[in-house]
Write a protein that binds this ligand. Structure first.
Ligand code: DHK
Length: 146
């Protein structure tokens, strides 16, 4: 079975203490446990980096051996053409995820470039959005028979 890649970008390693009024108090470790539980028997790889370089490489890895991608590019959502270009090469479903509702936020935290490559976008559901994103990606993968 091909893996689902759950990829998180800069500063999400600080979830739990980072601006809790916006991002809540759930830690990335809690989110990983939530994603693994949502995935059940389906293999997932759960990763976070503060470096754009890593995100591009992990997307390329998924192009070679991944069934679906859940990605919260965080601040790179609004700037990263390299991440957009890498995602455009991915043939499977992509769910873009934001903890906050970026559409209600002032610039620069809105108008994601990444949405141009996403199959679907989830935002504003808090950390629970990760669970919804994993469930959605698995439904899409299974619908494709992957
Ligand atoms: C996370 C970030 O780090 C911000 O830069 C984005 C996103 C929003 C989130 O809501 O998960 O603007």
């Amino acid at each position: 079975m091909l893996r689902v890649a759950v990829i998180s970008g800069p500063n999400l390693d600080r979830l739990g203490t980072r601006e809790p009024a916006i991002y809540g108090t759930t830690t990335l470790r809690d989110i990983e446990a939530m994603c693994r539980a949502a995935a059940g028997n389906h293999p997932i790889v759960f990763r976070q980096s503060n470096a754009e370089f890593d995100l591009v490489n992990w997307i390329q890895e998924a192009i070679d051996e991944g069934a679906g991608i859940v990605i919260n590019p965080a601040g790179l959502s609004f700037t990263s053409v390299p991440i957009l270009d890498a995602l455009r090469m991915f043939p499977g479903p992509i769910v873009e995820l934001h903890i906050s509702n970026i559409h209600r936020r002032p610039p620069p935290h809105r108008d994601s470039l990444i949405s141009h490559a996403a199959t679907g976008v989830i935002c504003g559901l808090g950390a629970e959005g990760y669970r919804s994103a994993v469930e959605a990606i698995l439904r899409m993968i299974h619908a494709k028979g992957a």
